[in-house]
Design a protein around this ligand. Structure first.
Ligand code: GUN
Length: 307
């Protein structure tokens, strides 16, 4: 792709996330000094999924680096639902733990929805509990899922006021698509949620001033689906064979988003790259949510973490 074609500004999620983590860390220092309170995050992982192991280790390290307490509970694949629920009940009752995250996916024998709904809503730093989904829908303070929260922070950083903009979200998951729709509605966008059964998806996408791709299909959204100058948020993280056929034959892979980046960058005004766009915001927002949960647990107003 020549430079003359690609004119979108890449949105530097990595740099923005680093700034947010710095603000959280500074707020944690003040919380400790003024109120003798150290936010604590418990992460629970069941089984040996290698990607989940990497994510969980990373979350633990990042939590400690932000000055918080980090407890990781590693349970065997054979853990029963009752054992997992017992651990969650213990963590719910632990005053030193302000955030609980159960890493997904869980083994098939465990009812993930029942486990997530056993987490005390005020410790649900993933924002997946039905009570937090309800709070978001009606505009009450709660805990908001990290990926959509981070995506909206990036959008506000790039565009400022989002009022009146047409936002199209491709994907209707409980974790990204639906909460993203609620957050963008709260920012006064006109929101369309498109999905696999939507008719003429390319035409819907072309109406978007803000296009959010959260479908989990590598490079599905093409350049000619994008309105010139639109802001594109690519939530997808897909591992595909290397573009180099020799490397691909060796089993080498690369990460791509749900958007065909080079094509899209030639049309969009701004776009998040994969990696380095939305991804780094997710963990930064997890730390922010843990800080927020700790403050609220003690009846304190969290400091603003805005840039
Ligand atoms: N697995 C992959 N992403 C996530 C996440 O954001 N939260 C949880 N709990 N599990 C995940």
């Amino acid at each position: 792709m020549s430079d003359t074609l690609a004119h979108a500004d890449p949105i530097d999620g990595k740099a923005f996330a680093a700034g947010l983590v710095e603000r959280v860390s500074a707020a944690v220092v003040r919380l400790k000094a003024k109120h003798d309170l150290v936010p604590g995050l418990a992460v629970v992982i069941v089984g040996e999924d290698p990607a989940s192991q990497v994510y969980v280790r990373n979350k633990g390290e990042r939590t400690l680096a932000a000055g918080m307490r980090s407890d990781t509970h590693r349970l065997p694949e054979t853990t029963t639902q009752a054992e997992l629920l017992d651990l969650i009940a213990e963590l719910n009752a632990d005053d030193g733990i302000h955030g609980i995250l159960v890493q997904l996916p869980l083994p098939a024998a465990i009812d993930a929805a029942a486990v997530l709904d056993a987490i005390a809503p005020d410790k649900d730093v993933d924002g997946f509990h039905v009570v937090n989904a309800g709070r978001l829908a009606v505009g009450q303070p709660g805990l908001v899922p990290c990926t959509p929260l981070g995506s909206v922070m990036l959008l506000k950083d790039v565009l400022g006021d989002l009022s009146g903009l047409n936002a199209v979200i491709v994907g209707r998951s409980n974790i990204v698509g639906k909460p993203m729709a609620q957050l963008l509605l709260a920012e006064n966008c006109t929101v369309t949620v498109a999905h696999s059964r939507s008719r003429d998806l390319p035409a819907l996408c072309r109406q978007a001033d803000i296009l959010v791709a959260a479908v989990g299909r590598p490079e599905m959204i093409r350049g000619d689906w994008i309105k010139p100058g639109a802001t594109v948020i690519d939530v997808g993280i897909n591992r595909v064979p290397s573009a180099d056929s020799v490397k691909a034959a060796e089993g080498r892979t690369r990460l791509v988003g749900d958007v065909a980046y080079a094509e899209a960058a030639a049309v969009a005004g701004a776009i998040t790259p994969v990696p380095g766009g939305v991804g780094p915001m997710t963990i930064a927002c997890l730390l922010a949510n843990t800080y927020t949960a700790a403050c609220r647990a003690k009846g304190l107003e969290p400091e603003s973490l805005a840039a």
